[in-house]
Each structure stands twice: as structure tokens, then as C-alpha cells.
Design a binder for this molecule. Structure first.
Ligand SMILES: [Zn+2]
Length: 307
């Protein structure tokens, strides 16, 4: 599933590609992608004749801005956008097509069909589902160490599932949570309220630095993710913990081990990220992967998704 850096990469690409383009017609080929309005024909009718004015983002949601409307789009597992000329053949799994008046088209493809689109008048989207309950935006200026500590509050939940909770902080998924916790030296099973102020501040800095660096690299290409222009992100080459089971930690050389936290595959260095009392029993040490195996699996685009 694309996380904040991947969605941000798509946003930037779309912002360049669609701004100023006017929609002539919209074809909805798979109605269930359209969540609001209920009727896909009404969705198409509302959009026809409108011009895209830019692309914004809230958490992992794209906010495609038009004159007088906002299209909120969630890519979920496999959704992706591409710009095409109208004479190019429509590929399989293309579910929504925005035909522009200049002979090009924005096509939305989604093999898994989990993606969603909602149409709102501007402003209404931020106070309605699915955006209403979203938490702190980690790349905003307002996301200060104080704001992060306030978002964690006095919660006693384990820190990893808490960081994955989009109502607390948006945009983080399994990859960047593992990376940020590793960079901050915080074990994912620590209960949030047991973190010292210094640890919370380190974690705040690690979240911001990890996401910034990933956005700069154009996101990660784990599995089949590609950005709006079909280029692969490069951040997977910088991963320090995620997907590196059995490889040495870049900080101390201990092998990265994989366990399960809150049902999610989790990668830690047990020397840099000291486990809380009692968690060791739950940490399953995996056999060392054959050299190069992990990298190959990530790059060939066919590896199984890491849950
Ligand atoms: Zn280490």
C-alpha cells in the first residue's frame, strides 16, 4: 500500500500533469470505485466541463482540486493514475477515465479494485468522511515535537500500532513506521506512555526525516508501486530495517530480526531498539535470508506483500 511519500510523489506528478486541463467527459467503468455521489452518472455529470486547478494531499488521500469541486481519491493497495493520449489502447483494470478537451486522458487503474473516489464542494471534504477524523500531518510546519507529544497523549497502546493509526498521525504505513522506530532506537512494542520525552522527540525527528528523505527519493518501489508517471521510487535502496531480515543493522551490525507486532510484520534491531520486558518471547528470530534474496524480492516486482 502506498504510504505518504508514495502518495506525495503521485500528487506532485499529477499536479504537473493535470493542472489547467479541462474535463470533456468522464467514463466510469467500475461503479464501486465512486463512493460519493452514489450515482456514478451524477459523478460524471458533475465533473464534465470542470478544469483541474491543482493536486493536494491529506494523509494518504489525494485531493484533486477543480474549479468548484474537490475529488478525494484514495489509491488503497494498487490504484494508480496515468496520462494517455486518447488513441492509446485502454489497458485492463482501467476503471475511471477523465477525458480532457485537449485529446489526452487521465486514466485510473486498480487491479485490486479497493481504491475510492469522493466528490465534494471545497472545504466540505475536510469535515466529512473519509478525511474528517485524520490526525496530524507529519510534513506540516504545525507538526512540532510538542504537537507530536500531544497527539500521543497519555495513550498506553504499543507505539507501532499507535503510529499506524491514521487518527493520530497520517501517512505512515508499515515501511516508514519500522524505519522511523529503528532510526529513533525505539522498540515497536514499547507502550507509548513509557517513552521518555527525549525518546518522543527523537521519534518525532525520525518520522519527519524518514518521510522527507523518502519523498525526496520519490517513495519506495516495494512490490508493484509506481508513481503517476510510471517511474519507480528509489527509497527502497535506503531502507535500514524494513525488509532487511537477517542483514546487519547499519548502526551496530546486529542482524535485523522480524517479528509480528499488532498483526504486522515488523523489523527491528534488538540492540538499538531495546525491547520492553516480556516482549522477547514474542519475538521470533527468522533464519538468515540467503544473501541478496531480500533485495531481489523487493525489486522484481512480484514478491509477496509484507503484511
Ligand atoms: Zn542496531
Amino acid at each position: 500500500m502506498p504510504e505518504l511519500p508514495e502518495v506525495e510523489t503521485v500528487r506532485r506528478t499529477l499536479n504537473e500533469l493535470i493542472t489547467g486541463k479541462t474535463i470533456g467527459k468522464v467514463s466510469v467503468r467500475l461503479p464501486r470505485i465512486i463512493q460519493k455521489p452514489d450515482d456514478p452518472e451524477a459523478f460524471a455529470a458533475l465533473l464534465e466541463g470542470r478544469t483541474f486547478t491543482g493536486a493536494e494531499r491529506r494523509g494518504k488521500f489525494l485531493r484533486l482540486m477543480l474549479d468548484g469541486l474537490v475529488l478525494v481519491s484514495h489509491l488503497r493497495m494498487e490504484g494508480r493514475y496515468g496520462m494517455y493520449r486518447e488513441d492509446e489502447p485502454v489497458e485492463k483494470h482501467t476503471h475511471v477515465i477523465f477525458h480532457f478537451t485537449d485529446g489526452t486522458a487521465l486514466r485510473y487503474k486498480d487491479v485490486r479494485q479497493f481504491g475510492t473516489m469522493h466528490l465534494f464542494v471545497p472545504g466540505e471534504d475536510l469535515i466529512s468522511a473519509p478525511l474528517r477524523k485524520l490526525g496530524a500531518e507529519p510534513l506540516d510546519e504545525a507538526f512540532t515535537p510538542d504537537a507530536f507529544r500531544a497527539a500521543l497523549g497519555k495513550r498506553t497502546t504499543k507505539i507501532k500500532p499507535l503510529l499506524l493509526n491514521q487518527e493520530v498521525i497520517v501517512g505512515l504505513g508499515n515501511i516508514y513506521v519500522d524505519e522511523a522506530l529503528h532510526a529513533a532506537g525505539v522498540h515497536p512494542e514499547r507502550e507509548a506512555d513509557t517513552l521518555t520525552r527525549a525518546e518522543k522527540d527523537r521519534l518525532h525527528a525520525a518520522i519527519v526525516a524518514t518521510l522527507r528523505s523518502a519523498v525526496e527519493a520519490g517513495g519506495s518501489s516495494i512490490k508493484s508501486y509506481v508513481n503517476g508517471q510510471g517511474e519507480m521510487g528509489m527509497f527502497q535502496h535506503k531502507l535500514k530495517a524494513y525488509g532487511r531480515t537477517g542483514e546487519p543493522c547499519g548502526t551496530c551490525g546486529s542482524p535485523i530480526v522480524k517479528s509480528t507486532v499488532g498483526g504486522r510484520g515488523t523489523h527491528v534491531c534488538l540492540r538499538c531498539q531495546k525491547p520492553p520486558k516480556g516482549s522477547r518471547a514474542k519475538t521470533v528470530r527468522e533464519d538468515r535470508a540467503p544473501r541478496g534474496h531480500a533485495v531481489k524480492r523487493r525489486l522484481d516486482g512480484t514478491g509477496a506483500a509484507d503484511s
